[in-house]
Design a protein around this ligand. Structure first.
Ligand SMILES: [Zn+2]
Ligand SMILES: [Zn+2]
Length: 138
């Protein structure tokens, strides 16, 4: 908890109970969406609104403390693993999300045939398929 407070200060954010609570949830539930975070907070006795959770997540994302990504047809997910340009494998059946290490480790790790003059800053890759459980139901 103290480390999280230091992290917030280092990124120029005020330390609030709400921000610390959301970081605590994302520590346990990487790739959670705002509803997941809200539910987890409620389960641990923190009384807050979904809108308040969205606001906290937006602040944390803007400050680079949290990374946001949006799998197709799914709400935005949030995670604390930032700065390593990793990618995601999303199960099309159950929605499970796993991290996929980036071979290069920094953005952009891929260069496409971009329009003339277009400056590539990042390449976000989402691998879509079936997770092991969905591909081989017991
Ligand atoms: Zn699955
Ligand atoms: Zn991730």
């Amino acid at each position: 908890m103290t480390e999280d407070a230091d992290l917030l200060r280092a990124r120029g954010l005020r330390v609030t109970q709400g921000r610390l609570a959301v970081l605590g949830v994302l520590e346990r539930l990487p790739h959670a969406d705002a509803d997941d975070v809200h539910r987890a907070l409620g389960a641990s006795g923190v009384d807050t609104s979904v809108q308040a959770v969205h606001n906290v997540l937006a602040d944390l994302t803007a400050a680079g403390v949290v990374r946001r990504f949006e799998p197709a047809r799914s709400p935005a997910r949030y995670e604390r693993r930032v700065g390593d340009n990793h990618h995601h494998a999303v199960c099309a059946s159950c929605g499970r999300v796993d991290d996929v290490d980036c071979v290069v480790g920094e953005a952009p790790c891929m260069h496409a045939d971009a329009p003339a003059g277009f400056e590539v800053q990042a390449a976000e890759v989402t691998f879509v398929g079936l997770c092991a459980d969905c591909a081989n139901p017991a």
